[in-house]
Design a protein around this ligand. Structure first.
Ligand code: HEC
Ligand code: HEC
Length: 432
């Protein structure tokens, strides 16, 4: 048996036993389905990977988790209802799309696409983040436009490019006549089917999706051979020469082995690649001139202004093209990468950081600079990232690592070695 951390709250013991039995060895997810015009992606089935996770995981932050999910607060009937709702296409405008369409448990609760596709095959502007460990996010969405999972869950239901229900009430009335839901809502909340309890149940279910117990966690817990020497070296680089810890750690001066994010927002030069300085500036000025309040969700999912990121929420020019630092757990199995899914492999991600940015970007975070990482050092940082894969996704991770490695040996679109070893590029002043 692996050593496990005792934790202060309990989840579903029987489910946990079932999960543990099949934890390792899930097959690899195939490439996302090719869709006919106007077609929504297929809805995945809820399998064992959709089940609430055990709380006994090496590396799980017990105190923080107990603060966010107080002991005893996770009621089995609520979690089971939340899981059912997460897979419920009748919440969408035409009965085809559920949360799980874009957050597939077999893909670590992502969709494997650069940007998500919803009802009627409509494409959004943003990459679907994983739901695993989303309970720890200080804010939700790439731009942090809401704070809680309850607030978050309401938005995709009515977003016209995601689930496309006319109103939240319409979504819940779509299931209100179903006897099974009537019983489940009554048992879980003591009320008839209603939108607020629907959101509460989905959020409670999401709070059960804790994902630690990765090889790296076992290494930190004292199993010296749980990760490779390459991954160990990568972890050193992550905190030193590669400068990743400046954003992917809670504090600059203390190693963060838990969530790998500062909960803050930075422009690391992704959006500028696609939009360019002039387009970003003109979108931002348009919003500053606009009198009416901005519908941030619509702008983020459905318009070219999506690339403005955190600025959509704060309207501060320093937030132009800034996005939330994502946590890095399970990153190997949650590509493509970045808010717009613009990079295919972790080698592309590292090439981007190695050269310091994309192109000349007046809003670039000051912590971005050329890193002068060698090829072997890049491989080491990626080996460390791969060691953050939770056991349920081990075989998917192995296949994804092999796939990305093979791709990186023939295609390195972001690599610019001259720039990676040159001094920092001078940064132009913001245009306004
Ligand atoms: C059509 C695809 C799609 C559907 C359907 C969908 N999502 Fe998402 N989800 C996304 C995308 C894309 C984002 C990121 C959007 C952004 O940041 O602007 C996201 C973000 C999230 C986040 C924030 C995660 C983070 O790290 O910030 C959560 C939580 C989430 N979705 C839960 C849900 C729930 C619950 C449902 C069902 C009610 C749902 N999603 C339906 C695509 C989808
Ligand atoms: C200046 C802050 C900063 C630094 C330094 C930084 N990151 Fe990031 N990282 C971010 C932000 C912000 C994003 C999201 C940006 C976006 O999508 O536009 C991100 C995204 C990522 C992603 C994509 C995750 C996903 O789910 O799509 C990976 C992987 C990653 N970073 C790894 C690293 C590594 C490895 C290093 C060190 C070489 C590093 N980061 C350095 C802030 C930073």
């Amino acid at each position: 048996m692996r050593p496990i951390l005792p934790v202060a709250f309990a989840l579903l013991a029987p489910v946990v036993a079932a999960l543990a039995a099949q934890a390792v060895g899930q097959g690899a997810a195939p490439a996302p389905a090719v869709l006919a015009p106007g077609q929504a992606p297929p809805l995945p089935a809820a399998g064992p990977l959709a089940a609430p996770r055990a709380s006994a995981q090496t590396g799980l932050p017990a105190v923080l988790t107990a603060q966010l999910v107080p002991p005893g607060s996770q009621v089995p009937a609520v979690l089971a209802l939340g899981e059912k709702l997460f897979f419920e296409p009748r919440l969408s405008g035409d009965g085809t799309v559920a949360c799980a369409t874009c957050h597939d448990p077999a893909r670590a609760f992502t969709d494997g696409r650069p940007t998500s596709i919803g009802i009627h095959g409509r494409a959004g502007q943003r990459n679907a983040p994983t739901i695993l460990n989303a309970l720890y996010n200080k804010t939700q969405f790439w731009d942090g436009r809401v704070d809680t999972l309850e607030q978050q869950a309401a938005l995709p239901v009515t977003n016209p490019d995601e689930m496309g229900a006319a109103r939240l009430e319409e979504a819940s009335s779509g299931i209100a006549g179903d006897k099974d839901y009537q019983d489940r809502f009554m048992q879980a909340f003591g009320h008839a089917v209603n939108p607020q309890d629907m959101l509460s149940a989905m959020a409670a279910y999401e709070r059960s999706l804790v994902s630690f117990d990765a090889p790296f966690d076992h290494f930190v817990a004292g199993e010296a051979n749980a990760i490779s020497d390459s991954a160990k070296h990568g972890w050193e680089l992550f905190n030193t020469k590669a400068r990743c810890n400046l954003c992917h750690a809670l504090l600059d001066n203390q190693r963060d082995v838990t969530l790998f994010t500062d909960n803050d927002f930075h422009d690391i030069g992704i959006g500028i690649l696609k939009a360019g300085v002039n387009m970003l500036a003109s979108h931002a000025q348009g919003i500053l001139r606009q009198q009416a309040p901005l519908d941030v969700d619509a702008a983020a999912i459905s318009s070219e202004r999506s690339v403005l990121g955190r600025f959509l929420v704060t309207r501060k020019t320093s937030d132009i093209a800034a996005f939330r630092t994502p946590g890095l757990r399970n990153a190997l199995v949650t590509g493509p990468y970045f808010h717009d899914g613009s990079m295919q492999t972790l080698w592309d991600v590292l090439d981007h950081y190695n050269k310091g940015d994309g192109i000349t970007d007046p809003w670039l975070d000051q912590d971005m600079q050329p890193l002068a990482l060698t090829e072997a050092e890049i491989d080491d940082v990626i080996a460390f990232l791969a060691s953050l894969t939770s056991p349920q996704y081990k075989s998917l991770g192995d296949e994804e690592y092999a796939r990305q490695l093979a791709l990186s040996r023939t295609s390195r679109p972001q690599r610019d070695t001259a720039r990676a070893f040159a001094p920092k590029h001078p940064q132009p002043p913001p245009p306004f």
